[in-house]
Ligand binder design. Structure first.
Ligand SMILES: Cc1ncc(COP(=O)(O)O)c(C=O)c1O
Length: 425
């Protein structure tokens, strides 16, 4: 039997240091929300590969679609000899997004989708600058890192980034940043630093992912839409983490009545097969003369995504995301009431659930250390969790949306036990 320890040693010798792994737990197999490592230990998966396996590991419909496609052909390049699945998927996405007349383009990763969204926005507006948010995360290529509003660890050692990127605060009542504060900074930026006629796009995550599961207020998104309309700026919604039923709607922007110009998709789109997409208003999408890449829109990815969309509809996963969110927040709020000085906040947008760990009940005193310990101890007890936030003091829960409720509760029991252990010390 292979051992986790030996594999970790081999990994450290063979894979660059920068590509870290949170757990030295090497996976043998995974079914829905359960994972078994090479030593036969079972874990409950509250990570879903960072919001990717929304329809669970090895969903029979995804597996069947993949098998059939692999047996037929695996690659021709959609830009050489296309295939119907790419058209079918684009047609589906174009009608699913809350954009009236949309078109799609396929890429591989979330970062590539963001890169292309910016390219398209620049081509359409003939403008060169972009606004994004403090605390945002948009990927690890140069443009995406430039847009990302968190320095350590993502940007460290990699600058300079492209010119013409400006960051404004993300409104957050807990951190004392009101909607007005955020909009005032934007208006000030227009007065002091850059003319709005130079701005091609504002890019926003409707719920910040890596930044800490902070939910953009509906009113703020509406105000951004108005501002964008006033100045001819495009509104790009980065739904790479929030998309595909995760927040209780197909796309998180649907919780508002705002129609964005462009949406970026990735992660849950194909449930683990690398595939991403940019979907936007037809006239905007068609302004870019050349887009694409060798692997973007692979037949395997497209078939997987078509199956994912059917599963989300057939199994009512938007509703399920809301139920999962409620079950988790009910359980975690009991802990918050018990330890108000240590848990500053439990919040969720559907099944994007976060617990913010602090000292003295103060948002300005993040307790990164205890957060790490809770995540480590939970994994020792069989539950896999991630952290997020500017200070890494927010535990995020991202179970597959197909998780069985007894397994969800089993995971929550482990988390409760771990938190009580550390907070009662
Ligand atoms: C909102 C958001 N945008 C972009 C990305 C980058 O996606 P990828 O890692 O697939 O390049 C991520 C990844 O975490 C993300 O959460």
């Amino acid at each position: 039997m292979k051992k986790n320890k030996e594999l970790q040693q081999r990994k450290e010798l063979a894979i660059a240091k920068g590509q870290k792994n949170l757990f030295p737990i090497y996976i043998d197999k995974a079914i829905n929300a359960e994972i078994w490592d090479v030593e036969g230990t079972r874990y409950i998966d509250f990570c879903a590969g960072i919001a990717v396996t929304n329809v669970g590991h090895g969903h029979p419909k995804v597996m069947a679609a993949l098998k059939e496609q692999i047996e037929n052909f695996t690659h021709t390049c959609v830009m050489i000899n296309p295939y119907e699945s790419a058209i079918a998927l684009a047609e589906k996405l174009n009608t699913l997004v809350p954009i009236k007349k949309a078109k799609s383009v396929f890429l591989n990763s979330g970062a590539e989708a963001v890169e292309n969204a910016i390219k398209i926005a620049k081509a359409y507006t003939k403008r060169s600058s972009v606004i994004s948010f403090v605390g945002s995360f948009h990927g690890r290529t140069h443009m995406c890192l430039g847009l990302t509003g968190k320095f350590h660890p993502y940007k460290e050692g990699f600058g300079p980034f492209p010119n013409g990127i400006y960051h404004i605060p993300f409104p957050n009542n807990n951190y004392g940043i009101s909607i007005e504060d955020s909009l005032d900074t934007l208006k000030e930026l227009f007065k002091t630093t850059v003319d709005p006629t130079e701005i091609a796009a504002i890019i926003i995550e409707p719920v910040q992912g890596e930044g800490g599961f902070h939910i953009a207020p509906k009113k703020f998104i509406e105000a951004l839409r108005l501002l964008c309309d006033q100045y001819g700026i495009l509104l790009i919604c980065d739904e790479i983490q929030t998309g595909f039923a995760r927040t209780g709607a197909f796309f998180a922007i649907e919780h508002s009545n705002v129609e964005p110009d462009i949406i970026t998709l990735g992660k849950g789109l194909a449930n683990g097969i690398p595939l991403s997409a940019v979907v936007g208003k037809e006239k905007i999408m068609d302004a870019a003369i050349s887009l694409g890449g060798t692997f973007g829109g692979s037949p395997i990815g497209c078939q997987s995504a078509l199956a994912v969309i059917d599963i989300i509809n057939d199994e009512n996963l938007c509703e399920r995301a809301l139920e999962i969110g409620k079950t988790c927040s009910d359980s975690l709020n009991k802990l918050k009431n018990r330890y108000p000085d240590k848990i500053a906040c439990v919040r969720n947008s559907g099944a994007m659930i976060a617990i913010e760990i602090v000292t003295d009940g103060n948002f300005k005193q993040p307790d990164t250390n205890t957060t790490k310990k809770i995540i480590q101890e939970s994994s020792n007890l069989g539950l896999l969790l991630l952290s997020c936030g500017m200070d890494g003091n927010i535990i995020r829960l991202l179970p597959p949306l197909t998780i069985e409720f007894d397994i969800l509760n089993e995971g929550l029991d482990i988390l409760n036990k771990t938190i009580i252990k550390f907070f009662s010390e």
